[in-house]
Design a protein around this ligand. Structure first.
Ligand code: TRP
Ligand code: SF4
Length: 404
């Protein structure tokens, strides 16, 4: 991991929805492939999250898991540069989820916008379940388990990272204190003497109630100046000033995945449910055909009618795949009826074929070699478990659960 520049960990997951398409590639996967060289990355299949909505038909999940992993590998997610695993194979996630559930107010979960939104959207499913309400908290456990600093997600998942931050803050507040912390702080404050103790308390209050940073600075300086308190006291007072104790579960940040600029074949966002996608393993003939059949500017009925690229989904693909020169050629040729739509589509077809060729080849290799895929994932799960066990060990310990 010599090329890793930051000590921050990155963690992200995807629900197993089966084969991925170019929208996933241009949105999420290219981003992961870049991140894996810059950070220590954990990427996982969120199969339990899939179960929150697919519990009536769980048999489908297994195949979706393996197809998705093969697509990740084919797209260049490299098990040599990151850790790939399956959530349910790291059962520690369930224990952390349970422990976090003890201190998570119900209202926090009920107020997450996706809770009501998804229930509305997936009306055919009964999502008035305990598991579905806990979806964001399970996600918090996924993230906090690896003490991830950065969580690449789409805009729809930002609220889940936000609740994770709140859960972490509450956890640290409740358990990041040694037993007797409050008493030890009170004793240390008394050692300062009446006058200075009052200055300390006043500034602490100003900072905690009004966010007054200069009050925090004043109080800190005062603590640093104390001659007759111990080093431990000093640490406690500094922790007390900021209103917390030790950070056991650090608060993560969402790393917003730029919205995929990949349009679908009809100009809408590329999506499985719209049926307007090109899958990562689409056969060359099918790629040709799908693009050949794409609708173009509806005003261009005959070859001799000039068109307007701004009204054409093919033009959007040129934005993704073509250089400036080709785009000039399209604008000029389209608006003057100098080129036909099939001419115009040709460079796009070629670019998509060139992009998919190595992906398809790698997917085929992995499909022929399921044992290799299983062993990549098994190694990843083992690595993930090691990290997960270390966190859980500490979590159990601060919660007073490490008795045997
Ligand atoms: N809920 C995420 C999604 O639907 C998937 C997910 C589960 C996830 N756990 C995660 C993403 C942890 C990031 C971090 O896309
Ligand atoms: Fe669309 Fe190209 Fe046809 Fe113009 S020439 S309408 S941009 S496909």
């Amino acid at each position: 991991m010599s090329s890793v520049v930051s000590s921050q960990r990155v963690l992200s997951g995807m629900r197993p929805t089966g084969r991925l398409h170019l929208g996933h590639y241009h949105g999420v996967l290219k981003n992961w492939v870049r991140l894996q060289h810059e950070y220590e990355c954990f990427f996982f299949v969120a199969d339990w999250h899939a179960l929150t909505t697919e519990y009536e038909n769980p048999q489908r999940i297994e195949q979706n898991v393996w197809e998705m992993v093969i697509d990740w590998l084919a797209a260049g997610v490299n098990p040599g540069s990151c850790t790939l695993f399956i959530q349910s194979r790291v059962p520690e996630h369930a224990e952390l989820h349970l422990l976090l559930s003890m201190m998570t107010p119900l209202g926090w979960l009920e107020r997450v916008p996706t809770y009501k939104d998804q229930q509305e959207k997936l009306k055919e499913k009964d999502l008035a379940t305990y598991g579905f309400l806990g979806y964001p908290l399970l996600q918090s456990a996924d993230i906090l388990m690896y003490r991830a600093g950065l969580v690449p997600v789409g805009a729809d998942q930002v609220a889940h990272v936000e609740i994770t931050r709140e859960v972490a803050r509450r956890f640290n507040h409740l358990y990041g204190r040694e037993p007797g912390f409050e008493e030890a702080v009170a004793a240390a404050v008394r050692k300062m003497g009446k006058k200075q103790a009052k200055v300390y308390q006043d500034n602490r209050r100003k900072y905690q109630e009004q966010g007054d940073e200069s009050a925090l600075e004043t109080a800190r300086a005062l603590v640093m100046d104390q001659q007759n308190i111990t080093l431990g006291d000093r640490e406690r007072l500094l922790g007390d000033l900021e209103g917390g104790g030790k950070v056991i579960l650090p608060e993560p940040q969402a790393l917003l995945t730029p919205a995929s600029k990949m349009p679908g074949l009809d100009g809408q966002k590329m999506s499985k449910s719209y049926g307007n996608f090109i899958s990562l393993r689409e056969e060359p003939d099918s790629v040709d055909e799908k693009i050949r059949r794409m609708p173009t500017d509806p005003a261009r009925v005959r070859r001799t009618d000039p068109g307007n690229p701004d009204n054409c989904p093919v033009w959007q693909l040129h934005q993704v795949y073509s250089d400036e020169q080709t785009r000039q050629w399209v604008r000029e040729g389209c608006t003057t009826a100098g080129i036909g739509c099939l001419d115009c589509k040709k460079p796009v077809v070629e670019a998509v074929q060139a992009e998919l060729e190595p992906i398809r080849r790698r997917a085929e290799e992995h499909t022929r070699n399921p044992d290799l895929v299983r062993s990549i994932v098994a190694d990843g799960c083992e690595e993930a478990r090691e990290a997960a066990r270390a966190t859980l060990e500490e979590v159990r310990s601060v919660m007073g659960l490490n008795y045997r």
